[in-house]
Design a protein around this ligand. Structure first.
Ligand SMILES: [Zn+2]
Ligand SMILES: [Zn+2]
Length: 152
């Protein structure tokens, strides 16, 4: 099934219609390899249809999230960042120095989840693993700055 067909199926199975704003927001998220926040999504959607307001973007994102098409991550900030759900779950490391996001896979996480399900019989609806720290560049920079301070 193509991605578009998958979106349509998800939307129809929730008794909804594929509206222009839903379509546009899905297209923006599909095209982006980044983790956009609602305002950045709004900017890109607005460039194609200026009638779509920020409130609609927020509402639509909440809907797509509830349908399991979109995931929201905080990435070390107060507000959410959005991306399409991918087949293989991935996690995020956010650099608090330069804000770059590094994605990584961790099959051990899903193994731990599965063993919890087997042992406790729970139903897991959501998994969060979010790392923050310094990327290798920022780490180096901080180490260099520190050395200078020590010399002074
Ligand atoms: Zn960095
Ligand atoms: Zn991601």
């Amino acid at each position: 099934m193509s991605r578009e067909a998958q979106f349509l199926t998800a939307i129809h199975s929730n008794g909804l219609r594929m509206t222009r704003q839903r379509q546009l927001i899905l297209e923006v998220l599909e095209a982006s390899q980044e983790h956009l926040d609602a305002e950045a999504i709004h900017d890109r959607v607005k460039a194609r249809d200026p009638r779509i307001g920020l409130a609609t973007v927020y509402r639509t994102l909440a809907l797509l999230k509830a349908m399991g098409l979109v995931k929201e991550h905080s990435l070390g900030e107060e507000h959410g960042h959005f991306e399409m759900v991918q087949k293989v779950p991935h996690y995020h490391f956010t650099c608090i120095g330069c804000r770059q996001v590094i994605e990584f896979e961790a099959s051990a996480v899903m193994e731990a989840v599965q063993s919890l399900i087997d042992r406790e019989g729970v139903q897991v609806m959501d998994v969060h693993l979010s790392l923050t720290g310094y990327c290798s560049n920022c780490r180096e920079e901080r180490a260099t700055n520190h050395e200078v301070k020590v010399e002074v």
